[in-house]
Design a protein around this ligand. Structure first.
Ligand SMILES: [Zn+2]
Ligand SMILES: [Zn+2]
Length: 366
């Protein structure tokens, strides 16, 4: 946990008052930078349009970049030798612990050349609320030991902005499969299909080709973090495109941001793989025939746009009977996801119940 003394060094990422040049501080709820010296207030622009980049367009040359993420964010970059995350950090900040793995950080003075941030989803849940959500989640954890809420020891409640690519595209999925249609002899006859002489007249499977198309615009996101996975962000409920505002380092306030470890190309490849899988699942679930085989789906994309944005996440570390657990809390909705210990006793009971159900089913079927 950051102590109040350390917080002073984190004041608004070196942003200064336009009137008196004193450091300014961010009021997160109002998105206002205020000067503690002369009281001057500057409202951050939440209405400025966030850019979408054409994914096909060539990357701008390094020198012509709108300002690299590191330079734009003001502070220097630090990298964690343990988990590999690279984070921006206010120059002169006293804290030297990794947000993710809590190990000591080496300050890297080399210039950072990362993709510039286009947008940011500001935190709207306070640390106090996040702590409350975490406590409630612990209490609700179903298969957790009964004493979890009492015995769990909160070690760290930290926050970080996680880099994430948002993708907007049109995806067309064409699929085909051989579907088995069960028909009786009478149905076959009515449909004009002749059965061979001597056919006993049983229900038969007739195989037919079935094809379909899903052609829809879609909005996807892909984590560009070294540590936080796309799957975890999805478990948190994802991040609504409408919460993204144009990036300004003032929005960071005292919080740090991780720099992206994934470039656009790699992000696109991962996103496409996920999209292809989910589209194929969706298409296959549309098949109503009782049997099908040789299912194939191909997904093509067009009008692909991308933006790199920072999304707000609280990081919770807690301990239960000596074992460490990590939990994430959504910085806008307060949704919690993460690990908790399992109660062997409760799981044992569940297995007994499931076993009993299975047994009674077997008995009923015989
Ligand atoms: Zn001032
Ligand atoms: Zn680390």
């Amino acid at each position: 946990m950051q102590s109040p003394v350390e917080l002073d060094a984190w004041v608004a990422r070196g942003l200064r008052c336009s009137k008196c040049s004193a450091p300014v501080e961010l009021d997160e709820q109002r998105a206002v930078l205020s000067c503690r010296h002369c009281g001057q207030e500057t409202e951050l622009d939440r209405a400025e349009a966030v850019v979408w980049h054409d994914a096909k367009a060539e990357e701008p040359p390094a020198g012509a970049k709108r300002g690299t993420a590191g330079a734009d964010a003001g502070p220097e970059a630090v990298s964690c030798a343990h988990c590999g995350a690279v984070m921006v950090r206010t120059r002169g900040a006293l804290t030297s612990q990794c947000h993710y793995c809590l190990s000591s950080l080496a300050v890297e003075s080399a210039e950072v050349d990362a993709e510039a941030f286009d947008g940011i989803v500001p935190f709207s849940v306070s640390g106090e609320v996040a702590r409350g959500k975490f406590a409630a989640w612990l209490g609700d954890a179903w298969f957790a030991p009964g004493d979890l809420t009492r015995a769990a020891k909160l070690e760290e409640l930290d926050s970080i902005y996680v880099p994430c690519h948002f993708w907007r595209l049109r995806a067309r999925t064409e699929w085909r499969a051989r579907v088995g249609i069960l028909t009786t002899a009478a149905e076959d006859l009515a449909a004009g299909h002749q059965r061979k002489a001597g056919d006993p007249g049983h229900v038969r499977t007739r195989w037919e080709d079935q094809t379909g198309t899903i052609d829809e615009p879609t909005l996807e996101f892909e984590s560009a973090s070294r540590v936080v996975l796309t799957k975890q962000l999805q478990e948190l409920g994802g991040f609504d495109g409408e919460h993204v505002v144009a990036y300004h380092r003032g929005f960071l306030g005292r919080r740090d941001a991780e720099l992206p470890v994934l470039d656009r190309k790699e992000s696109f490849a991962r996103m496409l793989e996920r999209l292809e899988r989910s589209r194929a699942d969706r298409a296959e679930s549309q098949i109503t025939a009782e049997r099908h085989k040789d299912f194939r789906a191909t997904t093509t994309t067009q009008d692909t746009k991308v933006r790199l944005a920072l999304v707000p996440v609280y990081l919770v570390a807690y301990r239960y009977k000596g074992e460490a657990f990590r939990v994430l809390v959504h910085g806008v909705t307060g949704t919690v996801c993460g690990d908790h210990p399992l109660s062997p006793w409760k799981i044992g009971c569940l297995l007994v119940v499931l076993g009993a159900i299975g047994l009674s089913l077997l008995v009923a079927l015989n």
